[in-house]
Design a binder for this molecule. Structure first.
Ligand SMILES: Nc1ncnc2c1ncn2[C@@H]1O[C@H](COP(=O)(O)OP(=O)(O)OP(=O)(O)O)[C@@H](O)[C@H]1O
Ligand SMILES: [Mg+2]
Length: 281
């Protein structure tokens, strides 16, 4: 059966042939419509590269990315992407950064309605009263929240989030995790979320997909998250199923890391061959 969003034998590298760096190698992933998939992986393993391929900003060297059976060749409005570097427009205010996205997706929305709509998303990420600040006048966490608001406001069919909450304190992070889940439950859509946090993945996703350490990173196996919804974060820590899953995924990631380390070329230092002088006797 054809999946909704597919990565089919995707490989991607950078650099000239003489010193090519293979980032992703033979990546296969089939995501169902309305599924929430969390991709986890170590820093530098190729997660953002995966996002660029899903976005259609980069083309695979081999294989295909398909959405609804169609090969993805360019960015499209049905895929809302939140990039790790936030990609805000520096000359526009908080309000205008959301507005420009909303106008693009809902060109015929009436002015009054649009105002309320934009404000709703600004309030949701707690940027109320910062509407007229420019991105340079925001903290890192505020920029991340603005970027999230802008992406969510586009209400895309496929929501692709590259570490959307990584710069936030634990409390804000918890609030926005709940918001993302609420939005996803309210009007179902497909979500691919990159995260480096196993707990976050287990709390939010239907399925956790670890990316192996690069070079030549690939998706090893997946972990279904069978936890009933709605998931209550306050009791989850005591839920044996949650604890078992978290341990299983963390253990798997640590094994991957150990394996990768043993494959890396060891740097050995030759120590000077000297005997200590015996000062006493
Ligand atoms: N445009 C590019 N040109 C050359 N190399 C690139 C490019 N983009 C990414 N890379 C390389 O690909 C590898 C993976 O980078 P990527 O940003 O996908 O990792 P990541 O898993 O998102 O890391 P992080 O967790 O730190 O965000 C890195 O070695 C990086 O140097
Ligand atoms: Mg990244």
């Amino acid at each position: 059966m054809m999946a909704f969003l597919e990565l089919d034998k995707v490989s991607k590298g950078y650099g000239p042939a003489s010193h090519r760096y293979e980032v992703l190698s033979d990546v296969n992933l089939a995501i169902e419509e309305n599924e929430f998939v969390a991709v986890i992986g170590f820093s530098g393993s190729g997660k953002s590269t995966l996002v660029s391929l899903l976005a259609g900003l980069e083309q695979p060297d081999q294989g295909e990315v398909r959405l609804g059976g169609e090969v993805v060749t360019e960015p499209g409005p049905q895929r809302g992407i939140m990039f790790q570097n936030y990609s805000l427009l520096p000359w526009l205010s908080v309000y205008e950064n959301v507005e420009i996205a909303v106008k693009q997706v809902y060109p015929s929305m009436k002015k009054v309605e649009r105002r309320a709509y934009i404000q709703q998303y600004i309030d949701m990420v707690n940027l109320t009263n910062s509407e007229w600040k420019k991105p340079t006048e925001l903290s890192g966490g505020m920029r991340q929240r603005l970027s999230l608001a802008r992406t969510l406001a586009m209400r895309p069919e496929v929501l692709i989030l590259d570490e959307p909450l990584s710069a936030l304190d634990a409390l804000t992070r918890a609030v926005l995790q709940d918001e993302i889940i609420r939005i996803w439950e309210e009007d179902r859509r497909t979500v691919v979320m990159i995260t480096n946090d196993v707990d976050e993945a287990a709390l939010m996703a239907d399925r956790i997909v670890p990316l192996t350490p690069g070079p030549g990173a690939t998706l090893a196996r997946d972990f279904k998250v069978g936890l009933a919804r709605p998931r209550d974060r306050t009791t989850l820590n005591f839920n044996p199923e949650f604890k078992a899953l978290r341990n299983e995924v963390s253990g798997f990631m640590m094994d991957l890391n150990e394996e990768a380390k043993s494959l890396r070329v060891e740097t050995t230092y030759r120590l000077p061959d000297v005997e200590p002088i015996d000062l006493v006797g």
